[in-house]
Design a protein around this ligand. Structure first.
Ligand code: GAR
Length: 189
């Protein structure tokens, strides 16, 4: 059975969707959810889903091998960032080459980079008068949003679109495609 670890910083609706998608599968399972925020709703969701979950602080992540060792103990086949907002450290990237993926709520390379997350992205897309946006699933490297694109899906913006209405459309796309793309990546390993 393939093992998935999810990193998330906030609500964790994608983390929940992915966990539920694999719940009754024999070929792959979400085995752990990790967060950089001890009060994040994703930890409550993990608890309800009966998935092992931990939070960690900045120094454990960037200055020690504590988080790396936690990951190693879980022996993941894939590390999935689902709304995780901190830059991934080089020690973890080096230990799992090609095995860490992220989802971004826009069509990279547009609207990516530091500070471009969640509502900030949707506000910028709406303010620029874009006609379309979408989701990008990509490999994680030591720079924000620069890794190879694995999958993109688009949605159209209406003239009266708001950041909130766009966020809802993007979440719908994420729920539809992210678990399936994860499953396909694992099948190819
Ligand atoms: C998702 O829309 C995800 O694409 C985005 O955060 C949201 C998390 O929602 N990620 C980024 O912006 C990364 N730069 P969720 O916590 O409900 O899954």
């Amino acid at each position: 059975m393939k093992r998935i670890i999810i990193f998330a910083s906030g609500s964790g609706s994608n983390a929940q969707r992915i966990t539920e998608f694999f719940q009754d599968r024999k070929d792959a399972q979400v085995v752990q959810i990790l967060s950089n925020k001890s009060t994040a709703k994703v930890l409550e969701r993990a608890n309800n889903l009966k998935i092992s979950a931990f939070s960690f602080n900045r120094s454990a992540f960037y200055e020690t091998d504590q988080v790396l060792n936690l990951i190693k103990a879980t022996q993941p086949d894939l590390i999935v960032l689902a709304g995780f907002l901190w830059l991934f450290p080089k020690n973890i990237i080096a230990a799992y080459p090609g095995k860490i993926i992220n989802i971004h709520p826009a069509l990279l390379p547009a609207y990516g980079g530091k500070g471009m997350y969640g509502a900030n992205v949707h506000k910028a897309v709406v303010a620029a008068g874009e006609k379309e946006s979408g989701i990008t699933i990509h490999e994680v490297t030591a720079e924000y949003d620069k890794g190879a694109v694995i999958f993109q899906a688009k949605t159209q913006l209406e003239p009266e679109e708001t950041a909130a209405s766009l966020a809802a459309k993007i979440h719908k796309l994420e729920y539809e495609h992210f678990p399936r793309v994860i499953s396909e990546i694992l099948e190819k390993q």
